[in-house]
Write a protein that binds this ligand. Structure first.
Ligand SMILES: Cc1cc2nc3c(=O)[nH]c(=O)nc-3n(C[C@H](O)[C@H](O)[C@H](O)COP(=O)(O)OP(=O)(O)OC[C@H]3O[C@@H](n4cnc5c(N)ncnc54)[C@H](O)[C@@H]3O)c2cc1C
Length: 427
């Protein structure tokens, strides 16, 4: 019997498999397809990601660096009218939106939130944007109106090759001794008093495997969660992405607060073109809104893909001999939908706390990840509420808060940090 069976080899599953194998446990992991595919993610992450990857991964995976985000209350085409006929005034830059706005390109389903972010800005002023080739200008023009910049005086985040990330993490798990099987779909999970049983369909047919515990790392619509009757996430957002071949070396993300209860984004990806995306509660006209958004930028996208973003967290992510990690546990940032870092953080807590021979240690995992992330997630919900405030209040808030900031994009609690206070006082 194996110590751990892992269902799903995204960032959470591969990270858990690697850490558990490093502790000397016998780990058998299943991925239903090829690791990393199909892509449904912007791969916009804080620089902390490199703490979780094998040596040299940054050189292999990095597509672009991001210094901050420009927030917009209107769509990309709104400012075009203002530029074309400024005297009409209707779309004139608001206080805090200098016509020369900073660089900007940022976001993705992982945009720095207001009060988080990066760049130095101001067209023509020295700073990250200018030092990266003056890309701010191009992004600002593309976004129509200049927006409200949030930035740091250092790199805030990376845009990375997400498929490549998953492969690197899976290879690292294998190197640590985990047996990671691609093209193996887990069909059924049963808990027993002393073990779990998994029915798994692979290229050679369906087999049953036994393990002391099972890690459900199988994403937003987790089978493990469903089979074991664990609570579903409070909400599942629907995200859509598309790519254009534009050559935009910008280093800011553009974030448009123009869709219900979330946002649309534009991310320059270095040599990999430009990504456009949006996420919103399902049931709405997601595709139609995506078309409108990209039309506003005057681009056509291809390689369209979509996915679900769970928002939680649920009351519990552990059962008798099972636990959930990553999107399966809705361990995501409610204000950006980003889950790569939270999933891997929780995976480390699980690998450190859980002894497969002692189901009592599942409670230790539950305590550990909540102690680390639950307050961040709770604050993330508050940040997200700002996306739905009346526009005059949003405008006033963005005007007051935009500029250089001292917060960490994965840690909303740093909104109350000394660094953030200093940034506010130094304006
Ligand atoms: C449009 C969009 C954009 C996003 N952008 C960002 C971003 O910029 N930054 C960020 O941090 N996050 C982003 N996210 C969120 C991010 O993609 C997830 O949080 C992250 O992938 C979660 O990792 P995971 O390992 O928990 O789950 P997943 O990456 O979903 O991995 C789960 C794996 O389980 C496998 N699996 C499922 N069921 C089975 C089964 N029965 N048997 C075997 N295998 C199975 C799947 O094939 C998959 O490989 C985005 C999400 C969306 C939808």
């Amino acid at each position: 019997m194996h110590d751990f069976a892992v269902v799903g080899c995204g960032p959470a599953g591969s990270r858990f498999a690697r850490r558990a194998a490093q502790r000397g446990f016998d780990v058998l992991a299943f991925e239903q397809g090829a690791v990393g595919e199909p892509l449904a993610c912007s791969g916009h992450v804080s620089t902390d990601v490199w703490e979780y990857t094998p040596e040299g991964a940054r050189e292999r995976l990095l597509q672009n660096v991001v210094y901050g985000a420009r927030f917009h209350l209107a769509g990309p085409d709104a400012g075009a009218a203002a530029v074309a006929s400024p005297v009409e005034g209707a779309d004139a830059p608001a206080p805090g939106e200098s016509a020369a706005g900073p660089s900007a390109s940022g976001g993705g389903a992982e945009a720095p939130a207001p009060g988080e972010a990066t760049p130095e800005a101001g067209e023509g002023s020295p700073g990250p944007a200018a030092s990266n080739g003056g890309t701010a200008t191009r992004g600002a023009v593309a976004a129509g109106e200049p927006g409200y910049p949030f930035y740091k005086d250092a790199q805030v985040s990376n845009v990375i090759d997400r498929v490549g990330l998953d492969r690197e993490l899976a290879d690292a798990a294998r190197a640590a001794g985990a047996n990671l099987c691609e093209e193996h779909t887990v069909l059924d999970v049963d808990e027993h008093e002393d073990r779990v049983e998994l029915d798994v369909r692979g290229p050679d047919g369906t087999e049953t495997h036994e393990a002391r515990m099972v890690a459900g790392c199988d994403g937003p619509t987790s089978r493990v969660r469903r089979d074991l009757g664990l609570p579903e996430p409070g909400e599942l957002l629907h995200g859509v992405l598309g790519f254009s071949a534009e050559d935009d070396p910008g280093d800011f993300v553009d974030v448009h607060l123009t869709v219900p209860r979330f946002f649309a984004w534009r991310i320059p990806r270095g040599g990999a073109g430009v990504e456009y995306g949006l996420a919103m509660p399902p049931g709405g006209d997601v595709s139609e809104r995506f078309e409108e958004f990209t039309a506003g930028y005057g681009v056509e996208t291809d390689h369209r893909c979509s996915g679900l973003i769970p928002v939680g967290p649920p009351e519990t992510v552990t059962a008798d001999r099972a636990f959930l990690v990553g999107d399966a546990a809705a361990q995501t940032k409610p204000f950006t939908g980003g889950g790569i870092l939270y999933g891997m953080t929780a995976a480390d807590h699980a690998a450190r706390e859980i002894d497969p021979a002692d189901p009592g240690t599942l409670a230790d995992y539950e305590r550990a990840w909540r102690a680390d992330l639950e307050r961040e997630i709770a604050l993330g919900h508050w940040v997200r509420r700002a996306y739905s405030l009346p526009e005059p209040i949003q405008r006033a808030g963005l005007s007051a808060l935009s500029g250089e900031i001292g917060v960490h994009m994965d840690r909303p609690t740093t909104l109350f940090s000394v660094a953030q206070l200093k940034s506010l006082l130094s304006r």
